[in-house]
Design a protein around this ligand. Structure first.
Ligand SMILES: [Zn+2]
Length: 74
């Protein structure tokens, strides 16, 4: 299973989509929308904005999925 490293974050506030260019080998807890400047935080139960608003789960969860488990990256 190949890990996607360029997630697309969708802002829940304005719907703006942004493909992150930088490799994400760590989780991002806060994310600032470049369109409406809203500061996004993970939804309850999610470990990072990637999991809440991204197109792909964060790398640690993707790795864990290959072993059939879903665990948080914290
Ligand atoms: Zn926004």
């Amino acid at each position: 299973m190949k890990i996607k490293i360029k997630p697309t974050i969708t802002c829940p506030n304005c719907g703006h989509q942004k493909e992150e260019e930088k490799p994400t080998d760590t989780c991002q807890f806060f994310y600032k929308c470049e369109s409406c400047k809203a500061i996004l935080k993970p939804l309850e139960g999610d470990c990072c904005v990637n999991c809440s608003y991204g197109s792909v789960a964060c790398p640690p969860i993707q790795e864990n999925n290959s072993f059939g488990e879903i665990t948080c990256c914290s």
